[in-house]
Design a protein around this ligand. Structure first.
Ligand SMILES: Nc1ncnc2c1ncn2[C@@H]1O[C@H](COP(=O)(O)OP(=O)(O)OP(=O)(O)O)[C@@H](O)[C@H]1O
Ligand SMILES: [Mg+2]
Length: 291
């Protein structure tokens, strides 16, 4: 059981608010995708979930218990790029997490324990499709292979929660599709909860059982930094939707999208397109509309 509760989180840097009134509960085994314009605070939200940042006010709880002040192995993370160690082979990159967790030189795994760890790392690399590359260094791997390695590196810690910040943002469409298959497979088999930031609306609607859009509801054109972002849209999608959702052709939303109205319009079209797969709609934009 892993339920994540974000309880009225505010985050400011100096006097500038980034996030305000962010509240959401993600039940066990949710695949939550987060969309929103550049600078909205998506990575900040993810870093708060990881304990790399602390909220200015409010709190995050896992299964009812406030999260630790320090990043813990129960929450794994994969960033867009460069999260693997360049001077270590693929195998060593995957083994390093448990080795560091074991502590110092004297407590690190040796002998049979080390062989066990090595085998586990090798089979994880096999699982993410890197069985042939265990002795390669990251510079010898393609972008997609490096992201597979980063995922294996996170998975060996058996995290209850996997946090992904645009992990496939730098990959070409075909590699991206194969990564989607991999991540859905790992999510199903390991029953973890995933929170994934993306700029790609198709990716968000393909993978997510829950889709959040983070954006400003209040805007002051004379003081653009006066307000923070909150959850403007919160969609629950049927995890068993079959067939998969159709793609809204030509309708993309990415980092270059700086007009919030068009971003919301695109989101609305995708929501409509999802039809009966949408189980529930929420979020501040909906409430503001109802007021
Ligand atoms: N450590 C920090 N100190 C000061 N300001 C910060 C810090 N981290 C983030 N910010 C500011 O907070 C805002 C949100 O940043 P964040 O990286 O969370 O956005 P984002 O939604 O992930 O954007 P992108 O889509 O471009 O990755 C930005 O205005 C950024 O400048
Ligand atoms: Mg970001």
């Amino acid at each position: 059981m892993t339920e994540i509760t974000v309880d009225n989180v505010f985050k400011s840097y100096a006097m500038t608010p980034v996030l305000e009134r962010v509240s959401v509960t993600l039940p066990d085994h949710e695949f939550c995708t987060i969309l929103g314009p550049s600078g909205a605070g998506k990575s900040t939200m993810l870093r708060i979930l990881l304990s790399m940042e602390t909220p200015t006010s409010g709190q995050v709880l896992i299964d009812g218990v406030p999260i630790d002040d320090e990043p813990q192995p129960d929450r794994g993370v994969v960033f867009q790029r460069y999260s693997v160690f360049p001077h270590m082979t693929a195998l060593k990159n995957v083994m390093i997490g448990p080795e560091l967790k074991a502590g110092n030189w004297f407590t690190r795994p040796l002998g049979a324990k080390r062989r066990q760890l090595r085998n586990r790392a090798a089979s994880l690399l096999e699982e993410v499709g890197l069985g042939h590359a265990i002795d390669k260094f990251p510079s010898q791997l393609s972008g997609g292979m490096q992201q597979r390695l980063a995922i294996a590196q996170a998975m060996i810690m058996e995290p209850k929660v996997l946090l992904l910040d645009e992990p496939f943002g730098a990959l070409d469409p075909a590699t991206k599709r194969s990564m989607h298959g991999l991540i859905l497979d790992l999510w199903e088999r390991n029953k973890m909860t995933i929170v994934m930031v993306t700029h790609d609306i198709q990716e968000a609607f393909t993978l997510g059982t829950r889709i959040l859009m983070i954006d400003k509801v209040r805007d002051d054109p004379h003081a653009p930094a006066a307000y923070g972002s909150t959850i403007t849209h919160d969609l629950k999608l049927d995890p068993n939707r079959r067939p998969p959702l159709a793609v809204v052709t030509e309708d993309t939303m990415d980092a270059s999208e700086d007009d919030p109205h068009s971003m919301r319009a695109i989101f609305a079209r995708w929501t409509e397109n999802a039809g009966d797969a949408v189980l529930e709609k929420g979020g501040a934009a909906l409430k503001a509309h109802a007021d």
